[in-house]
Design a protein. Sequence first.
Length: 129
Amino acid sequence: MDTELLTAYTLRIGVILSIILITSGVALTVATGSTLGYSADELADPHGSVNTGTINYELIYHGLAKFEGLSFIILGLATLMATPIIRVILSVAAFALEGDKLYLTITSIVLIIILTAMFLAPELTLEGG
């Protein structure tokens, strides 16, 4: 499969899936009012303690099983954020299979920068602050 076509499909599928999840989550939240045990005021407060760092994966998993709207919204946002990363990973694999060393090197560097920013930079920020 062509690398450009593969990355285009990856982006389309990721965005469409995230739209479906977020829309479903909003509809469930409006219909049921369920928000993983948080009040609407807690969720709406921009300076509140509810953020992605305080909501753990187990809570999201159990929320999905119970059709909690907020769990679907968080999963949709995670899907949207993961889509470009998956695209870069697939590009690395495609360039490796094609034997294109220049683009494999460039794309691998991009992947290393993304992963470093995701996993190392937040730790440095927490220690320094």
